[in-house]
Each structure stands twice: as structure tokens, then as C-alpha cells.
Design a protein. Structure first.
Lengths: 165, 553
């Protein structure tokens, strides 16, 4: 069984990039990582089909030069499953984003969420900082002026203290 | 009789389609789901008797002979799994009807709850009857996608957070499984388990080891064995009580079932049994230590679930027919008892308003029935003699002692200690929740909290989350006490009844399990049966339908 080197290289790159993205905290990146890893696996199945030949259609070309049809059936099924799961993931991401948007209006909850995520997974400082930055980004989006953001700032600390006591 | 084989998947799938077609009519949906689940339960139990008499039922879907087509196989192990999981699905569904009816929950998207529940069942059953690796993968995907929907039901912040962990971990394990299938296909040119039995044996042993480990890691994530179990206690407790109960009962066991198939049909001569022994021991210890340190009853039960997976892995690692027989019996026992306990906790949550031991107390006076309903499965899971938990563990320990290896003796010791610790953790929860006067609840809370700073943080966080969950569809923390619908109690009693059947019918059932164990070690026989089985029935219509619906998922 010979494998085209290009396909192997593409598969390796897709796996590498996919795993890297899966390890991210951002849900959108996880989705992209899942798509890459899933398609890399499809390529792996494809390469496992042995010698490539003509299209595996009965009554077409010579039967002896046909590709193995079974892996192609696997890939087709896997693609459909990946499609369904990524649709669900998109809905999940949207819901997650909406929840954090809504909580953003009541900033205290968001602060609390961040506290939770830090206490729970013991992530590096870097990630938490990043998340905090995102939070201020959203705050700028709010239609209300600077007065409101000041208010929410005091709210934040107040509820934060309350949560700890 | 082979026409019965695809029915176990088709009935729930058809029920799901029907239920999905009438979104507004809740009573109609409920009726359809109830009929479908009852039918499958009856079918599962009937299949147990039929197969015990006639031997494995094998169906070649669409009439394509074994190595080329898709084989559906039900042998004794699958039949027992089918029967037990169908009964569990039915009881839990009754429980959820009781809960939903009383709440009149308008926010919950129940119109998708019923079909999704049925699809989950179809996925579980499909995994149990799969005769080739790829169909097993499809079964896993069906049940996983349904479980994604169920675990994020209602879309509250907490469930989305827990759901994300669950979904991502499951996705990784699915991709690993698919890659493993690709490697197996590349190495052998087939995915039919019967044909793989012969072909894998011809491979060089290093390659066998790689394939074996890849498959085991993929299944290990699903079965939640020690180094891969971190996701379970985090994600399960947040779901509604009935959903947690059915997940805890069934989903991890599907992973264990897949491990059994891998170790018996694909790699019967594998030399990784010592590794499995070590994994089993670590799972037992780490799981139970996690459980002992929990204050939240649901989390505690989730850790106990992880811990007890260790017993099953131990049984697989023994790798004798007696060991497999004991494992099969233990799986049946554990599916039922773990589900019953989660249902009982659902009742406690409803009555006491929380699942945190810090907030529970004095339930003995207000609800003596729940006290008994929690107490019986607790003794059962802890392995107190008259119950099936004792019989299952006794079977496992006997099988382990027969091998006379040092590792087995170690595991017997660990297993006995874990059994004791299980009882300790559960009895502590029971005493605190039921016997403690309600007045003292606050004081003890303070004492317990002083134990460690981390526990304090954890507790505060969880209570915050519980508070926020107040308007959540099914979980009702810190709510007014309300009457518990009779149906919920009845469903829990029904599950306890089933667990008592495991005790009273232990003789015939253990015999059945031992014959199943013999089947498993005699892998060549099943393989040749599958490969030689001809297409018997002419019902190609129904069979092609099953294939279509599989792919539709």
C-alpha cells in the first residue's frame, strides 16, 4: 500500500492545527479545531483504502481497477455526523454567547463567572486576563454612556465581595 | 426470529419520528414514547429468553452476507444489556413524566425532550446489537448527540457550561474512535468484528498493541475509567434528575460493553490485562476518594459511579469466562442500582429543596418513604449481603481469586475497601439528610466548612449556581417543599423492585451471566456463526429502513 505524501502531509497539518485549536478556551476555536480534526480523520480513512483507482460504481469501468468503496461510505457517514454535530455546536456557542451577553448587562454575574472558571480549572493567569479584556470590550458595546459603566464597576466589586464573604 | 433484531432500534426511532411530528400535543407525545419504551422492554426481556434457548440471533442487513454487509448480532450479553437498559429507560421515563406533570413546566422544551429521549435509547440499543465496528461508532454517535441535547436541556447558564465540557470531551473520544476504525481497516481490510477476530490475530503483536490501546482509550473516555474520567462528575450533576439518572445508568456502561467486545472479540489474546488491572485499581481508589470528599449528593454519586466502573474493568481484566460472567452480572446490577439512587436523590432534591448535604436535614420525619427508597439501593450498592451488589462483588472476587495472581488479590483487597467506603459515603449522606434534625443543619454546615478552604470555595460556588438555577426547568434547588407526585415514587419503587428481582432471581440470572461469559471467551464460535449466517428473512424493507435511519442521525 502506497500513500501519496501530499495527503499524509495535509492530514498531519490538519491534525496538528486541529488539536491546537481544540485546546483553546474559546468555543469558536474549539469548533474549528473539531472540524479540522474530523476532516483529518476522514483523510486518514481515505488513505487506508489502499490503491486508488477508478470510481467504485458498478457497471462503470473495469472492476479490477476500482477503488475500495467501503472507506468512502465510512467517510460519507462521518461527514454527515460531523455536519450534525457542528450544527449543534454552533447552537451551543450562540446560546453560550447570548448568556454571557445577558449577564453582561448585570455585570456582577459575569465577574462571578470568571471567578468560578478560575477557581475551577486553575488556568494560567494569561487566559483569565484575556477573558477580562473581552468583558471590557463588551462593555463598550453597551449603548449606555460612561456613567453606566461606572455604576456597573462599583456593582462588580460589591457583588464580588459579597460572593467571597 | 431474526426479524426481532432490528426492531429494538427501529421501534424507538420510529417513536421518535412520530413524537417529533406532533410537537404541540404533549399527551400524545408522552403516549407514543411510553408505548415505544414498553414495547422495547418487553422485546428485550423476550429476547433474553429466546436467545438463551436458541443461541445468538444474527441478521445480515439488506441481505448482504457477513464480511460485506452490516451484521446485527444479539448474543446473551447484548440481550441482557438490552433488557436491563430498556427497563431502566422506561422507569426513568415514568419518573420524568411524574416530575414534569406536577411542575407544569412551560419553559422546558419538552416537545424535544420525548423524541430525544427515544433517540438516546435507539443509540444505546444500536451500540448493543452492532456486529461491526463502524455500526458501533454510529450507535455511539446517535446516543451522544441525543445526550448533548439532553444535558443542555433548557439552556441555562450552568448547563451550558457543563454541557460544553461534556460535548468537547465526547467529540475528542469520537474522533479517536473513528481514527482507530480507520487504522483497523487499514491493517485488516474489514470492520466486521467476526472477521476481525481472525484477521487481527495474524497481525504483528506491536501493531495489535497499538490498535488495542487506541480503541481502549476511545472507549475508556466513554466508560469514564480513571485517567479519563475527569469530565463525568463535572457534567452529570447539572442535568435534570431523570436525565442524570439515565446517563449514569446507561452511557458509561455502553463504553464498558464496547471494552468487553474489544477485549473478547478483537483482541482475545492481548497481553494488556495487567494494564487493565492497574487502571481498574486506580479507578476504584480515585473515584471513591472523590466521593468521600463531596458534600453534594449528586456529585458524590457521580464519583461513586466512576469508582464502580473499576469493578467492571477488573472483571474484564480477569479475562476468564467466570470473570466475564461476573462482570456481565455486575453491569446489570450497577445500571439498575445507580439509576435508582439518582432517582432517589431526585426525590430528596424535590423534598429538601437542595442536594447539598449542608442544606439537607430532618427528612426522616417529613418523608419516611424517601428515606427507605434511598436506604435500600444504598445498601445494595455498598454490597450488603442479601442484595445483588454483594452477589456481583462476590462473583468478581471469586473469579479473581481463581486466577491466583498477585494483581487480582490486590484488587480484591482494594475492591473490598472501596465497597466499605461506598457504604461510608452513602451512609453519611443518608444520616445527614434524613436523621439529622433540621435545626442543626446550619451548625453542622459551619463545622464542615471549616474543614478546608477549598471545600469552602467549592461549596459557595455550587450554592451560588444552585441559586441561580432556581427557574431552571427541572432542577429545583432552594424551592418550597411540595408534594411529590405518586408517579415519581412509583417509578423509584419500580426500579427497586427490579433490583430485588436481580437478588431473588440471582440463581437463574447468574447462570445466564455465566453462559454469557462462556460465549464471550468462546469468541471463535460467535465469529463463525456471524460469518456463516445466511439472510433468513425476506423483510428487506425494514432492514434498509434501519440503515437509512442510522445514517440519518
Amino acid at each position: 500500500m502506497t500513500m501519496p505524501l501530499v495527503l499524509v502531509a495535509v492530514m498531519v497539518v490538519m491534525y496538528t492545527a486541529g488539536v491546537y485549536l481544540l485546546l483553546d478556551r474559546s468555543l469558536t476555536r474549539i469548533l474549528l479545531g473539531f472540524l479540522l480534526v474530523g476532516n483529518a480523520t476522514n483523510l486518514l480513512i481515505f488513505m487506508m483504502s489502499g490503491e486508488f483507482g477508478s470510481a467504485p460504481i458498478v457497471g462503470g469501468d473495469d472492476d479490477s481497477t476500482m477503488s475500495d468503496p467501503l472507506p468512502q461510505a465510512f467517510i460519507l457517514t462521518a461527514i454527515v455526523i460531523t455536519f450534525g454535530v457542528s450544527a449543534f455546536l454552533l447552537a451551543l456557542i450562540y446560546r453560550s454567547w447570548r448568556l454571557s451577553r445577558i449577564l453582561e448587562d448585570r455585570v456582577e454575574d459575569d465577574r462571578d463567572d470568571l471567578e468560578i472558571s478560575r477557581a475551577e480549572t486553575l488556568t494560567t493567569e494569561e487566559v483569565t486576563e484575556e477573558d477580562l479584556e473581552e468583558a471590557t470590550e463588551f462593555e463598550d458595546d453597551l449603548p449606555a454612556g460612561s456613567d453606566d459603566s461606572d455604576d456597573s464597576g462599583t456593582d462588580q466589586t460589591g457583588s464580588y465581595e459579597g460572593a467571597r464573604s | 426470529m431474526t426479524f426481532l433484531v432490528p426492531l429494538v432500534v427501529l421501534i424507538p426511532l420510529a417513536g421518535a419520528a412520530l413524537a417529533l411530528a406532533v410537537p404541540g400535543h404533549r399527551a400524545l407525545q408522552r403516549g407514543i414514547t411510553l408505548v415505544a419504551l414498553t414495547a422495547v422492554s418487553v422485546l428485550g426481556i423476550a429476547l433474553m429468553f429466546i436467545i438463551d434457548k436458541t443461541g445468538p440471533l444474527i441478521m445480515q442487513v439488506g441481505g448482504w452476507a457477513a464480511p460485506y454487509g452490516i451484521s446485527l448480532v444479539i448474543d446473551r450479553v447484548s440481550a441482557l444489556m438490552l433488557a436491563v437498559s430498556a427497563v431502566v429507560l422506561l422507569s426513568v421515563f415514568l419518573f420524568s413524566i411524574g416530575q414534569g406533570l406536577a411542575d407544569g413546566d412551560e419553559e422546558t422544551p419538552v416537545s424535544i425532550y420525548y423524541p430525544t429521549y427515544l433517540v438516546l435509547g435507539a443509540g444505546v440499543f444500536n451500540a448493543f446489537i452492532a456486529g461491526d465496528l463502524f455500526n458501533l461508532y454510529v450507535g455511539f454517535e446517535i446516543l451522544l448527540v441525543a445526550s448533548y441535547v439532553l444535558i443542555t436541556l433548557g439552556g441555562t447558564a450552568q448547563r451550558i457550561r457543563a454541557g460544553v465540557t461534556y460535548v468537547v470531551v465526547s467529540l475528542v473520544s469520537s474522533v479517536l474512535f473513528l481514527a482507530a476504525i480507520a487504522l483497523v481497516y487499514g491493517a485488516t481490510g474489514t470492520v466486521n468484528m467476526a472477521q476481525l477476530t481472525g484477521r487481527i490475530a495474524e497481525l504483528p503483536s506491536e501493531l495489535q498493541l497499538v490498535l488495542n490501546l487506541t480503541l481502549l482509550i476511545a472507549f475508556g473516555i466513554k466508560a469514564a475509567v480513571f485517567p479519563l474520567a475527569f469530565w463525568l462528575p463535572d457534567s452529570y450533576p447539572t442535568a435534570p434528575a431523570p436525565v442524570t439518572a439515565v446517563f449514569a445508568g446507561l452511557l458509561t456502561k455502553v463504553g464498558v460493553y464496547a471494552i468487553i467486545r474489544t477485549q473478547t472479540m478483537l483482541f482475545p489474546h492481548s497481553n494488556i490485562d495487567p494494564l487493565l488491572m492497574a487502571v481498574a485499581g486506580a479507578t476504584l481508589i480515585v473515584g471513591i476518594l472523590g466521593a468521600v470528599s463531596q458534600l453534594d449528593v449528586k456529585r458524590m454519586l457521580s464519583f461513586i459511579l466512576v469508582s464502580h466502573i473499576g469493578y467492571m474493568v477488573f472483571g474484564i481484566a480477569i479475562a476468564t469466562s467466570v470473570g466475564f460472567g461476573a462482570t456481565v452480572y455486575y453491569i446489570a446490577h450497577h445500571i439498575i442500582v445507580q439509576t435508582t439512587l439518582f432517582l432517589a436523590v431526585g426525590l430528596v432534591e424535590r423534598q429538601g429543596g437542595t442536594t447539598s448535604l449542608a442544606g439537607l436535614g430532618g427528612l426522616m420525619r417529613s418523608s419516611p418513604i424517601i428515606a427507605v427508597l434511598f436506604f435500600l439501593p444504598m445498601l445494595n450498592l455498598g454490597g450488603i449481603p442479601p442484595f445483588s451488589g454483594f452477589l456481583g462483588k462476590l462473583g468478581l472476587f471469586t473469579a479473581g481469586a481463581e486466577t491466583e495472581s498477585a494483581a487480582a488479590y490486590w484488587l480484591i483487597g482494594i475492591g473490598a475497601a472501596v465497597s466499605l467506603l461506598t457504604l461510608y459515603a452513602l451512609a453519611r449522606a443518608w444520616t445527614l439528610a434524613f436523621w439529622r434534625p433540621k435545626m442543626k443543619a446550619q451548625e453542622t454546615q459551619g463545622a464542615l466548612r471549616a474543614a478546608s478552604n477549598e471545600a469552602l470555595l467549592l461549596r459557595e460556588r455550587e450554592e451560588k449556581l444552585f441559586e441561580r438555577l432556581q427557574d431552571a426547568p427541572d432542577a429545583m434547588p432552594t424551592q418550597e417543599r411540595r408534594g411529590i407526585p405518586r408517579l415519581m415514587i412509583a417509578a423509584t419503587i419500580m426500579m427497586i423492585g427490579v433490583s430485588l428481582v436481580l437478588t431473588f432471581a440471582a440463581g437463574p440470572l447468574f447462570g445466564f451471566a455465566e453462559r454469557a461469559g462462556n460465549d464471550l471467551t468462546d469468541h471463535g464460535k460467535l465469529a463463525s456463526l456471524v460469518l456463516e449466517a445466511k439472510h433468513v428473512n425476506g423483510g428487506s424493507g425494514s432492514t434498509s429502513l434501519s440503515e437509512e435511519s442510522d445514517h440519518g442521525e
